[in-house]
Design a protein around this ligand. Structure first.
Ligand code: SIN
Length: 303
């Protein structure tokens, strides 16, 4: 099979044409889809009408499914009958949320606050607003490639500390604070700021909204650098903004892209999206001098 695609932007992304992801793939087709996914970073399938089981099966053809951890509150994270499916929605039923509201309102890649972040995510749009509710995607390959040589040198082999505990209420002011047990489950993690993609071997910028400091760079200066790098990643020349239609499926590679659910007036229109997520691998960086730098965890007590 030779799959036809249409590029979504100069930076990244392709729409896969004449392809129904609800139909099981043979090995050769699965290999071809993976190749174009690695090439474009995100793939879009349009007009998809599938069952939850088909959504799960298509995702599983790319790796091992990840189950999003429950919150210690009554906000339901996953579908009750299908914990493999994470619910992103502003909808409430009988005064109670049916999923996580305002999930991903800020540039990030999924699971960046864990030692083994998620390899990929697949988001299916069911109810999509007429106005707003778009998702931005950024190529962190392109963002890295465009850095001035001095900044590349400065970041080569450096680690950044990511903290769910410190950033939870900054990123999710609408959610209750983490409980002590949740804090214990979320130790800090250090990741290489420049990450080598394990399949393409290309370098990309690996920073995001859970990052709080950069190794060897004092507090405010490090924080400023994180903000500058985040602003750099989200420049128009590295991004594609997806305007959702019901039936869209977007499948992204968290190792070389970032995404952001762009804030919109969610009091006006419903948005209902279902996401599957895949397990990943420990990030690493192959430095210019041949050193290999890997992510590692630090218990909150050690910092
Ligand atoms: C996410 O961060 O996975 C949610 C993205 C979105 O809802 O657009």
């Amino acid at each position: 099979m030779s799959i036809r695609v249409r590029e979504l932007s100069e930076a990244l992304g392709a729409e896969v044409l004449d392809f129904d992801p609800s139909v099981p793939m043979d090995t050769a087709t699965a290999r071809e889809v993976r190749e174009i996914w690695l090439q474009y970073g995100i793939l879009l399938f349009r007009g998809v009408d599938w069952t939850l089981a088909q959504h799960i099966a298509f995702t599983e053809s790319f790796g091992e499914l990840h189950i999003m951890p429950r919150l210690a509150t009554e906000v339901p994270v996953n579908l009750q009958q299908h914990p493999e499916i994470f619910v992103v929605s502003n909808i409430e039923k009988d005064g109670k949320p049916i999923g996580v509201k305002r999930a991903g309102w800020g540039w990030h890649s999924d699971g960046e606050d864990k030692r083994v972040p998620n390899m990929a995510s697949m988001l299916y749009g069911i109810k999509t607003p007429e106005v707003g509710g778009d998702t931005g995607f950024a190529s962190t390959y392109r963002a890295y490639d465009a850095l001035p040589p001095k900044t590349k040198e400065r970041l080569d082999g450096k680690l950044a500390r990511f903290s769910r505990v410190e950033m939870h209420l900054v990123n999710y002011p609408n959610l209750p604070p983490l409980t002590e047990a949740e804090k214990r489950d979320r130790p800090y993690v250090w990741h290489p700021v420049v990450r080598t993609h394990p399949e393409t071997q290309r370098k990309c910028l690996y920073i995001g909204r859970w990052a709080v400091e950069i190794e060897g760079i004092p507090g405010d200066e490090g924080r400023e650098l994180i903000d500058d790098l985040t602003a750099h990643i989200s420049k128009p020349e590295f991004t594609y903004i997806h305007k959702w239609r019901p039936g869209d499926v977007v499948f992204w590679d968290n190792r070389c892209t970032q995404h952001c659910a762009i804030p919109y007036d969610d009091s006006k229109e419903d948005r209902y999206m279902l996401r599957t997520t895949l397990e990943g691998d420990t990030p690493f960086h192959l430095a210019e001098d041949g050193r290999r730098v890997e992510s590692f965890l630090v218990s909150p007590l050690e910092v």
